[in-house]
Design a protein around this ligand. Structure first.
Ligand SMILES: [Zn+2]
Length: 366
């Protein structure tokens, strides 16, 4: 099993400079070959051959000798990273990865663990080319370290993530239980057992303060040290709000994976959802996709199973008792309804969750 272990690090001034140089070199290589790819795509086909780029990399370094400040393997993985991002986009469309920018992106680069040179030593992490970097995390990494990703957030915090292989994970006990989950706006998750987990409005509550920090930033002159201070302050606060939301989702996904062996969910087309709707709708969508992502990787870790059901299945319009389908229930404001056929009164979301569970379990038995 692969697993990453993330550490907040506190580099000194010299180390920060080395990192900045590496961020710059890897970003330059990434953008350079992305540019070439786009040029090529204009003329003929949408092909990207990273091996071709790797062959070209040496001449690029000769042309721009300052690239030698970065490790060759870091530049190499920057190209592989680009290759992965290109492949992730839909084939044949004009969609392409974006150029990386120093100001608006998280800066990061990879370091390969050659000859076991990357070491976690309790109070520090040793990274070749940089040396010992201070950390306060006491998490001991397991397995064999494959590589390290060094990153700097927009809020000026530094992290190292150690990607490890052969990590032994203690599995959760089997519970023999299965569940259906309905995802919603007011309650984020509704289980077929009737449990509801409220969608906490972290962002809504933080809005006034975010607005104030933004106003404050807009009053400073760009590039000055006061501007920089205000920018970091805003970024840190936004990060804090986001972390609270993600943390909540982790607790929830842990609970679900621990409590059930089979977890049935609707296959939501999040990409499509994200392009429309209000801010709170978008945030809920972002939470859904993050929650589902966590459920999937955690169920792999702990040997549980996630089943996605057809997104066109009418989970909320079908009575789970008798199977009656009421098309008048499309209106999301109807929270409770009574089935005209069997007279059962349903909570809209719990009924949907039960249907999702039943539908999901059907697909395994086929
Ligand atoms: Zn019914």
């Amino acid at each position: 099993m692969f697993k990453s272990f993330k550490y907040r690090i506190y580099p000194n001034k010299v180390q920060k400079e080395i990192m900045a140089a590496n961020f710059g070199c890897t970003r330059f290589v990434y953008n350079h070959y992305l540019d070439k790819y786009i040029e090529k795509a204009k003329n003929d086909s949408f092909t990207f051959d990273y091996r071709e780029c790797l062959l070209d990399l040496k001449s690029l370094i000769n042309e721009f000798p300052w690239l030698k400040e970065a490790k060759y393997s870091s530049l190499y993985s920057s190209i592989k990273n680009l290759d992965m991002n290109i492949k992730r986009k839909k084939v044949g469309t004009l969609e392409r990865p974006r150029f990386k920018s120093r100001k608006f992106n998280k800066n990061s680069y990879h370091v390969k663990n050659e000859n076991d040179s990357i070491v976690y030593g309790g109070k520090y992490i040793f990274i070749p080319g940089i040396g010992k970097i201070k950390t306060r995390n006491t998490l001991i990494q397991k397995g064999k370290i494959l590589n390290a990703t060094i990153s700097k957030t927009v809020s000026d915090k530094y992290f190292v993530s150690l990607c490890c292989r052969n990590v032994q994970i203690d599995k959760f006990k089997k519970t023999g239980k299965s569940v259906g989950l309905d995802l919603g706006i007011k309650d984020l998750v509704i289980t077929s057992d009737g449990n509801k987990f409220i969608n906490e409005r972290f962002f809504d509550l933080a809005l006034p303060k975010i607005a104030r920090l933004k106003r404050n930033l807009s009053r400073k002159s760009r590039g000055g040290s006061n501007y920089e201070k205000a920018r970091v302050k805003l970024a840190r606060y936004q990060e804090k709000v986001k972390n609270r939301r993600i943390d909540k989702l982790h607790k929830l996904s842990n609970y679900v994976v621990k409590s059930y062996d089979i977890i049935c969910i609707e296959d939501l087309d999040v990409q499509k959802m994200m392009t429309s709707g209000t801010m709170s709708r978008k945030l809920a969508d972002a939470s859904f996709s993050e929650f589902v992502r966590q459920l999937i990787y955690k169920s792999k870790w702990y040997d549980k199973r996630v089943i996605k059901i057809d997104r066109y299945f009418k989970s909320s319009q079908t009575c789970h008792v008798c199977g009656f389908e009421d098309s008048g229930l499309k209106d999301l404001n109807i929270r409770e309804w009574t089935c005209p056929q069997c007279s059962t009164t349903h909570d809209r979301d719990i009924n949907a969750a039960i249907n999702i569970k039943v539908q999901g379990l059907k697909t395994i038995n086929v």
